[in-house]
Design a protein. Structure first.
Length: 468
């Protein structure tokens, strides 16, 4: 922390300074500029490569016009009920309500004002949503979402300085008044700002912080972006900020071990199962991809997702990334259970018995793990298997904020001049562990809180100017 009681010596002064050029930061910058503020973004990496770019770009919106056109009845109350049913009680339920209430406005603003191309995802519903609610780029790639946001920021003349990590906040009279950045040559810049928005994501890329706060995720492979190393949390704690839901994370139980590609959970929704090295199932796969990552972390690797050619064709037709898994040779094939067991090196009798039990459950019998949803029903020949490993995508806890994304102290007072969103802020995925994550929670927190923070920061700086 740089405490600066008197000096006015800033290299540049602007209304709103955004730290991090991911989904949260770019949306915050666009929203603040739209609110009349002068804005700049500083980004640690030399190119845009945050989690938003790695994501499939799915953003939930409850009550959007796209849903209405598709005949889907939805609204914030239903969305809040869905979110809380999965997350359980947690430390930031006010954000669950705030984000659900803002979600439709956010999706429509992204389309109309930020010129992001989004369509309602009808091919899959995904974990935790009782209706079709996810909106995504047609390609289902976060890279397209980021490209659209970057284009919009550029069209609005918002500078995005790459390779300029923020290294500390500047504090004057108890108020955050700017940040210090340092470039690759070690040159420091002091940027003065009426408001600073921390959009630098969480701490998934800092193994010591993951071990301290999310011990259950220790056995997983970090598959998120390299920039998520927890600076916002460290700065906030130094300033005496409160934190929320620090133990929560988004896992993914379907990382293809060889290629690192993501095996979409739609394969499970269609009837796929997961087996361990002994050819036995390890739990109810329909718990969801985040919750099941914790189950896998405690299981006997190698692990395989087993599906059939019908599921492969169906999912590949709607999700091009999944089609690439077969193209990359990451899907072993077997004419029957014995043939597949031979191809992946598990015991044929054990795999045969597992598939017979699963087929019986999928046909209406009882499942030992209590699974009741089996998609297309029993798996049939020819079969497929992809070796998978559990991944950690994103931490879901961070600085406690209010309904306007202002960073709060434990007594509920706001730290003047400081906002946070996305992975830098407390999430809405439960108190701890990977079980509270509903599809889209990551981007809803990132883009939703970016939208809220950008607008509030622009309002604050306009009021400050008017008072001067
Ligand atoms: C493979 C994958 C798939 C996913 N799919 C989805 C999905 O479909 N839907 C969903 O809702 N969520 C998804 N998620 C989660 C989602 O991507 C994240 O929750 C979200 O992108 C976080 O956005 P953010 O803006 O907070 O962080 P990021 O997009 O990571 O942006 C943060 C930026 O800040 C920069 N930064 C960090 N420290 C500093 C610093 N000191 N100074 C300057 N810059 C800094 C980083 O380099 C980075 O560019 C997925 C995650 C992964 C890994």
């Amino acid at each position: 922390m740089t405490v600066d009681p008197t000096s006015n010596a800033f290299d540049i002064e602007i209304d709103v300074l955004v730290v991090g050029a991911g989904g949260c930061g770019l949306v915050a910058a666009i929203a603040a500029e739209a609110g009349g503020a002068s804005v700049a973004v500083v980004e640690k990496l030399t190119r845009l490569a945050g989690n938003t770019l790695l994501s499939s770009g799915s953003i939930p919106g409850a009550g959007t016009r796209l849903q209405a056109e598709a005949g889907v009845e939805d609204g914030p109350e239903r969305f809040v009920a869905d979110l809380l049913a999965v997350s359980g009680p947690h430390e930031a339920e006010h954000l669950t309500r705030r984000l659900a209430a803002t979600s439709a406005e956010l999706v429509e603003w992204l389309i109309d004002e930020a010129h992001v191309t989004l369509t309602l995802v009808g091919t899959y519903r995904h974990v935790g949503h009782s209706v079709t609610r996810l909106h995504a780029p047609p390609s289902r790639r976060g890279a397209d979402l980021v490209a659209d946001l970057e284009r919009e920021a550029s069209a609005r003349g918002i500078p995005v300085a790459l390779g300029q990590p923020a290294t500390s906040l500047i504090l004057r009279g108890g108020r955050v008044v700017g940040v210090v950045t340092r470039d690759a040559e070690g040159r420091e810049s002091r940027i003065g700002a009426g408001a600073v928005i921390l959009a630098s994501n969480g701490f998934g890329g800092a193994p010591d912080l993951v071990a301290a706060h999310c011990p259950e995720a220790r056995g997983t492979t970090y598959a998120g972006a390299p920039g998520s190393t927890g600076e916002a949390l460290a700065w906030g704690l130094e300033l005496g900020a409160a934190t929320g839901n620090l133990g929560a994370y988004q896992g993914h139980a379907g990382l293809a071990r060889r290629s690192g590609a993501l095996v979409t959970w739609t394969v499970i929704e269609r009837g796929g199962i997961i087996v361990d090295r002994n050819g036995r199932r390890i739990g109810d796969e329909t718990l969801g991809y985040s919750a099941f990552a914790g189950v896998e972390a405690a299981a006997d690797a190698p692990l395989y997702m087993i599906y059939d050619a019908r599921i492969e064709a169906d999912v590949a037709s709607g999700q091009p990334e999944f089609a690439e898994i077969a193209e990359m040779g990451d899907a072993a094939a077997g004419a029957d259970a014995a043939d597949l067991a031979d191809a992946i090196g598990v015991h044929a009798d054990a795999l045969g018995a597992t598939l017979a039990d699963a087929a019986n459950a999928a046909a209406g019998g009882e499942d030992a793990f209590g699974r009741t949803a089996w998609g297309f029903g029993p798996l049939g020949a020819p079969l497929r298997a992809t070796e998978i490993t559990p991944g950690l995508f994103h931490t879901q806890g961070g600085l406690m904020i209010d309904d306007d994304a202002r960073v709060l102290r434990p007594d509920g007072s706001a730290i003047a001049g400081l906002f946070a969103g996305g992975g830098a802020a407390a999430g809405i995925s439960g108190r701890a562990g990977g079980r509270g994550y509903v599809s889209g929670n990551g981007l809803l927190s990132a883009l939703g809180l970016g939208y809220i923070a950008g607008r509030a920061a622009a309002r604050d700086t306009a009021a400050k100017r008017a008072a001067e």
